[in-house]
Design a protein around this ligand. Structure first.
Ligand code: TXA
Ligand code: MG
Length: 357
């Protein structure tokens, strides 16, 4: 059930009943679809073990894959951090001041006795203070209970998709992922600005470790805390095991069609080889989709051509929507032009490589 989080009369405002209903559902131990600036999350009260367990069940996610806990921006996110995290290294503090609220998740030592199920049993916890005003309105409502109600400190929310599939960037995407749960409350906060999941930095290894690239680049992270970043590979070379992160599994974010990355020249060559007919036996409709920054030509009607924006942020914003639209055409193959080898494209390149794996 999609509920608009906004009232569009006389300028845009929050729909107080929608925010209130979402907060009430979370207090009651239910799940909700929650907009954030990156992707939509499937949220539950992070301190309610049964509610958090229901997230794993709804997603079909293995229970040892930890979830991100979202905290309110009140006092810079620090009271949420104090509730869930133990010692916070000073470079992590610098990253919070630089990027929160925003698309950055920090892995911190977990305070004993809190958020154990959300953390997938690890002694660390992933925390993020999201920038989306609707997410913040819900988190603020949970932190300011009416008399008699306990404070809810954080909302555990993985991306609101089935395990391994493409993350949702609209309320409609969430509804289609969980079509078998028609009474799931999905707050509609519009299409997500960023479009790919948050950058994840592990802050429990003495130096910042990049676990997942996102809109905030590794260069920006290094500049903000004055520390060089380690990769999980460098960490392993030092004899430390890299932490488990399902967003870092080799195959993830996968549409139904088979995704392949190619450079522009290989793409045009493949199109020329196909000529006018892709598959004579195929039912009418598209068989192959191409998503490229350069313009390409084809004489075949069964090929769908889409242009990828030349700006990395714009490409990220539409990436998951485009993959879903191409899937909806029931193409068998999606051929994508390999993104530029530039740090601004790290997040998009990473998602496409995993979609293709
Ligand atoms: O942008 C985002 O981060 C979105 C929105 C909803 O906030 N959330 C998201 O959640 O992408 P999810 O569950 O799809 O991905 C979370 C990633 C996973 O790769 C998980 O393994 C990692 O964060 N993670 C969470 N807690 C962790 C921890 N304690 N240690 C290591 N990795 C952790
Ligand atoms: Mg996910």
């Amino acid at each position: 059930m999609i509920v608009s989080a906004y009232v569009f009369a006389d300028g845009v405002e929050f729909a107080p009943e929608a925010i209130g209903a979402a907060a009430q559902a979370l207090r009651a131990g239910q799940l909700i679809g929650l907009p954030t600036e990156t992707v939509y999350g499937l949220g539950a009260d992070a301190d309610n073990a049964a509610a958090v367990a229901a997230i794993f069940a709804a997603k079909g996610r293995p229970s040892d894959h930890p979830l991100i806990v979202h905290v309110a921006a009140f006092d810079g996110g620090m009271s949420g951090v104090a509730h869930y995290a133990g010692r916070v290294p000073s470079f992590a503090q610098q990253l919070m001041s630089a990027f929160w609220p925003g698309p950055l998740t920090l892995i911190l030592p977990r305070r004993e006795g809190v958020g154990a199920i959300a953390a997938g049993g690890q002694n660390t916890i992933g925390l993020r203070c999201p920038a989306h005003p609707v997410a913040q309105a819900v988190l603020a409502a949970l932190r300011q209970p009416t008399a008699g109600e306990p404070v809810v400190w954080g909302v555990a929310a993985p991306s609101a998709n089935r395990f391994g599939r493409v993350s949702p960037t609209t309320a409609q995407h969430v509804q289609s992922e969980f079509a078998d749960t028609p009474d799931l409350l999905i707050l509609d906060g519009g299409p997500c600005d960023v479009g790919i999941e948050s950058t994840i930095i592990d802050c429990t290894r003495g130096a910042p470790v990049l676990l997942r690239p996102g809109a905030i680049t590794s260069e920006q992270v290094a500049a903000a805390c004055g520390r060089a970043l380690l990769s999980p590979e460098e960490l392993e070379a030092q004899g430390q095991a890299a932490p488990r992160a399902s967003g870092t599994l080799e195959s993830h974010y996968a549409p139904n069609a088979t995704v392949r990355l190619m450079d522009a020249k290989a793409l045009q060559q493949a199109l020329d080889l196909l000529g006018t007919e892709v598959d004579k036996t195929a039912t009418p409709g598209k068989t192959v989709a191409i998503y490229s920054r350069v313009p390409l030509k084809t004489a075949a009607r069964q090929i769908e051509l889409r242009r990828m924006p030349s700006d990395a942020a714009v490409a990220a914003h539409e990436l998951f929507s485009v993959l879903r639209e191409l899937d909806a055409l029931r193409v068998q193959l999606i051929w994508v032009e390999t993104p530029p080898d530039d740090v601004a494209w790290d997040g998009v390149r990473d998602r496409l490589q995993r979609a293709a794996a």
